[in-house]
Structure formats: structure tokens, C-alpha cells
Design a protein around this ligand. Structure first.
Ligand code: ADP
Ligand code: MG
Length: 514
């Protein structure tokens, strides 16, 4: 169904503006079924595979039904994790971009408490919240349920998996008997969820858009039978061979995640980690940078396996085979979102064979064996990034008022390339170095001579640093995106104050003579 046909169901023009902005034209099956039902006020229990647009399936009707003049919270959308809360709130804000006066606020644990209370005081009509946090807010009377009309539970199976059953009961008990419409969304509907629905929903309409065997969209699934020791080299080799720039690597333990991330950073692969022991700021930062494609590799535990929707993840690696077979489906569902295709690699050591079999059975899929010729990476040891890059020198620096983002904007505008293809910067006072995906080499050189920052731009190939500089000199700049950009800038600034500019300059001139 075309979204414009939703006018017949009562979807308003100002809501269609947001839908349009998101680039949605045709509804997905779950949206086609769920939107009219939710609009009609029915309770629903919806099962649909990951990546099929469940967020909009409840987001659109809820935005449409919200009263922008209401001075209370009308809808609570509950999710299992902080990351999902942030993501769903962002997606809903985009959908509501044409609706004036509608306030949507994310509420989650670990968030600055003042900010959270400030959000609540503004009386947003829609709150997106983690289940645990909302229970605490209700109990502390910070969130009033007087005007509550609708509750959505997203990723209910995950809520149960992480032991939130009690919270679910607690939340439902707060408004049982009141006239509150409920909608539950889940990728799988185990009997326990049917039970919850029977308990708390009123004549819920069940929607199921799963077709057996089609749970997984277009994902090529490979297995590598290897030893624990070979995992790391294999990972690096595949990244290199395929030129992947956006990948998600799953491990079963937080310590494993930390270790792998350190190793990748040491090898100058641009990665960050995500697990539940990290503080909220770092978790947000990791997701933000990964979403913006400012970081190539996200190394994570299963906190990232559910619901997270990052555009353009090319490959998923099960560095460890998950213990719970359902997690396999959720993990690999992070790629091939919205009808795109993707690849998943699972590293299977002899002791994982049984688990892998369970994963295959659960996903109704036999994995194809993937063989890498000679897992050696000697020839690539000097390679910093997953793709070949070229380092350019240019005659623009901080004294010309050029900050990283200005240089980035200038290059991307002139060359028509995305920012993520710029891999590293080093901005000095009167010159800078930028490292860019090698495929743009000719186009970059072609902008030589344009006017930029008040001077005539001179840009040329600088060559690899390691030829001329001491290791210790470029240790920092070798890890450009592994840390938040601002930190780097800060680091560069302090460093600039301490060290002479000569070595780098001399290096540059040497390069030219070669
Ligand atoms: P789910 O919750 O089912 O796992 P999401 O709601 O996260 O899936 O949606 C997956 C992706 O598909 C998102 O990037 C979303 O913007 C996109 N999407 C959703 N609905 C549509 C649509 N009708 N047309 C195109 N893209 C869509
Ligand atoms: Mg979802």
C-alpha cells in the first residue's frame, strides 16, 4: 500500500510530511496491517521479523492520534534497552517533524537526572522509555499517568530475555482497568507473551507477518571453522579483502569485547566497543559515532543485538557463537535492514559446533563454509584502515580558520563524497594532512587551485607517514576515530604546543623529493 492511501484511514497531511521526509513510499506488510488497527483504537499483538518497519507501524498511528494540545503524557512507548529508547525516540521525532507542538522525550536509566526531570516537567505527549526507568519514575510520582491513553511495548521478547517480566507486570498493573490502549511488538511470540497479552490486553488482534523460513532477509550466512587463535587474523583478513567499512562484531563477554577492541585499535583499525559495563555517555558516543559511520567497527556484546537500526552495516561477525540460538537471528538481523542485503560470518571453534547447529536450526538455515586462503596478513601490516587510503597534504591550516569540520565540509562538497570516506586528519597551523579513501584520489587532486579559506588551495599526495616519522611521533594520530573527535582535536592542540613542527614539515619535503 502506498502511504498516501493512509489518508483514507485518517492519517493527516502533517503526519505524511514526516513519512515523506523519511523517504517511505510503500508500507511494509506489518505497517499495512497494524496502522489501521491501532488507529481504530484496538489492542494489538504484533509479530514481525526484525528490520520490517515495526517502529513506524506504531509510530505513525500514535503520532496521528496524539493531541498536541494535551498537557500530559498520553503515550508511553517502552523498550528493553537505552540504545533502543534513543533510537525509537529519534525515529519518532523524524516522523513527527511536520506535526507542530508534539513533544517526544526519551527517558532512560543513566541519563542525567535533571534532564530527565526537565523532560518530564515539559509534559511530553509521547514518552519513549526503558522499562526499568519508567517503573521507577512512576513509583516516584515523577511520571503521572492521569492522562495516559496508550502504551506500546517494543521488542517484548527481548524484555523477557533480559528478565524484565516483573517490570512488565508492574507497568501493566498501574493502568489495568483504566481505558488504556495497548500494543505489543515482538520478533517472536513465545507462549509467555501470549500469556501476557491474555492477561492485560482487551480482545487483542494478533498480527503475524512472519513467513516460516523467511525470518531472515537477504543475508549471506557463512561459517568459518577455525581455532580460537586464528579468529583475530581471520577477522582482519576478511575486513581487508572485502574492504568493509561498517561492521558489527559480536562477542559473548564484556572482557572479550574490551580485548578485541584494544587489539583492533593497536592495529589501527578504527573501532569502538559497546557493552553494559560502560557508562551511558560512552555508550551513547559509541552508537552515535557508529551510526554516523565515523567508526568502522563496533565490537559489542548482545546489548547491540536487538532492535538497533544502523543504516548500511555491511557485515556482522559472530566472533563468538552466541549461547542462546535466538540471539543469532537478532545479531545478524542488524545487517540487511530495509530490504538491503548483507553478510554474516560466524567463527566456529571445535567446541562451538553444537551451539552453531542450534543456531542453524533456529534460523532454519544451513550456513555456507567460508574459506580464506592463507590467513596471513604480513603484506598488510602497514595498512591502517580496512580500505586503501591516500594521505594528502594541503596548504590550509588552523591559522586560516579551518577546523576539522570546515575542511571536511569543503572536501565533501567539492568532491561529492560522504564524510565517512575521510579517515583521518591532522590540522597544523598553516597546513594539514587528510587521509581519504583512495578511490577519490583523482577527484581530490582535481580541486587543486580552487579558492578555499581565502587562499588558493594546494593539495597533493603526501605518502605514508611511517616512512619518515618515528613511531612515537604519530602514535596519536594513528587512531583518529577510535576516540571521540573532540578529544583528538584537544590532543592535537596540546601536542602542538609541546612539539616542534619541524619533523612533520621536513618529512613532507622529503616526500616530495622521493
Ligand atoms: P524493526 O523494528 O521491525 O526491526 P525498524 O522499524 O527499525 O524495524 O525499521 C527498519 C528500517 O526500515 C529503518 O531504517 C526504517 O527507517 C526503515 N523503514 C521502515 N518502514 C519503511 C518503509 N515503509 N519504507 C522504507 N523503509 C522503511
Ligand atoms: Mg524494532
Amino acid at each position: 500500500m502506498n502511504f498516501s492511501q493512509l489518508r483514507n484511514e485518517g492519517i493527516r497531511e502533517d503526519v505524511l510530511i514526516g513519512v515523506n521526509k523519511l523517504g517511505f513510499i510503500e508500507t511494509t506488510p506489518v505497517q499495512e496491517q497494524a496502522i489501521p488497527l491501532i488507529l481504530s483504537g484496538k489492542d494489538v499483538l504484533v509479530q514481525a521479523p526484525t528490520g520490517t518497519g515495526k517502529t513506524a507501524a506504531f509510530g505513525i498511528p500514535i503520532i496521528n492520534m496524539s493531541d498536541v494540545n494535551a498537557k500530559c503524557t498520553e503515550t508511553i512507548i517502552l523498550t528493553p534497552t537505552r540504545e533502543l529508547t534513543i533510537q525509537v525516540a529519534q525515529e519518532l521525532k523524524k516522523m513527527a517533524s511536520g506535526v507542530e507542538g508534539l513533544k517526544i522525550a526519551p527517558i532512560y536509566g543513566g541519563q542525567n537526572l535533571d534532564r530527565q526531570l526537565a523532560y518530564l516537567r515539559q509534559k511530553p505527549q509521547i514518552i519513549v522509555a526503558t522499562l526499568g526507568r519508567v517503573v521507577s519514575n512512576i513509583n516516584h510520582n515523577q511520571l503521572k499517568l492521569g492522562g495516559l491513553k496508550r502504551v506500546v511495548l517494543d521488542e517484548v521478547d527481548e524484555m523477557l530475555d533480559i528478565g524484565f517480566r516483573e517490570y512488565i507486570d508492574e507497568v501493566f498493573s498501574k493502568f489495568k482497568g483504566k481505558n488504556v490502549q495497548t500494543a505489543m511488538f515482538s520478533a517472536t511470540i513465545p507462549p509467555e507473551i501470549v500469556g501476557i497479552s491474555k492477561n492485560y490486553q482487551k480482545d487483542a488482534v494478533c498480527i503475524k507477518t512472519t513467513v516460516a523460513g523467511q525470518e531472515i532477509p537477504d543475508i549471506k550466512q557463512y561459517v568459518l571453522h577455525i581455532s580460537e587463535e586464528k579468529k583475530y587474523a581471520s577477522l582482519k583478513e576478511i575486513i581487508w579483502q572485502k574492504g568493509y567499512k561498517n561492521i558489527l562484531v559480536f562477542l559473548n563477554t564484556k572482557a572479550g569485547v574490551e580485548n578485541l577492541n584494544k587489539r583492533l585499535n593497536k592495529d589501527n583499525i578504527n573501532s569502538l566497543c559497546l557493552h553494559s559495563d560502560m557508562n551511558q555517555r560512552d555508550r551513547d558516543m559509541a552508537m552515535k559515532l557508529f551510526k554516523a559511520h565515523d567508526v568502522n567497527v563496533l565490537v559489542a556484546t548482545d546489548v547491540a543485538s536487538r532492535g538497533i537500526d544502523v543504516e548500511g552495516i555491511e557485515a556482522i561477525f559472530n566472533y563468538d557463537i552466541p549461547y542462546i540460538p535466538e540471539q543469532y537471528i537478532h545479531r545478524i538481523g542488524r545487517t540487511a535492514r530495509a530490504n538491503k542485503n548483507g553478510v554474516a560470518y560466524s567463527f566456529c571453534t571445535p567446541k562451538d559446533k553444537k551451539n552453531l547447529e542450534l543456531c542453524e536450526n533456529t534460523s532454519k538455515n544451513k550456513l555456507t563454509e567460508f574459506i580464506i586462503d592463507g590467513v596471513t596478513n604480513n603484506k598488510k601490516d602497514g595498512q591502517k584502515f580496512a580500505v586503501p587510503t591516500v594521505r594528502f597534504f594541503m596548504n590550509i591550516g588552523s591559522k586560516d580558520g579551518a577546523e576539522q569540520k570546515d575542511i571536511e565540509n569543503m572536501i565533501c562538497a567539492k568532491v561529492h563524497m560522504p564524510k565517512r570516506d575521510i579517515y583521518a586528519y591532522k590540522i597544523h597551523d598553516i597546513y594539514s594532512f587528510v587521509e581519504i579513501d583512495a578511490k577519490y584520489k583523482d577527484e581530490i587532486l582535481a580541486i587543486n587551485g580552487i579558492k578555499a579559506f581565502g587562499r588558493v588551495l594546494s593539495i597533493e599526495v603526501a605518502g605514508p607517514k611511517k616512512v619518515a616519522t618515528k613511531k612515537s611521533n604519530n602514535k596519536r594520530s594513528n587512531k583518529p576515530v577510535g576516540k571521540p573527535k573532540n578529544n583528538n582535536k584537544q590532543a592535537d592542540k596540546t601536542k602542538k604546543a609541546k612539539t616542534s613542527k619541524m619533523p612533520e614539515q621536513r618529512f613532507y619535503h622529503n616526500e616530495r623529493k622521493q
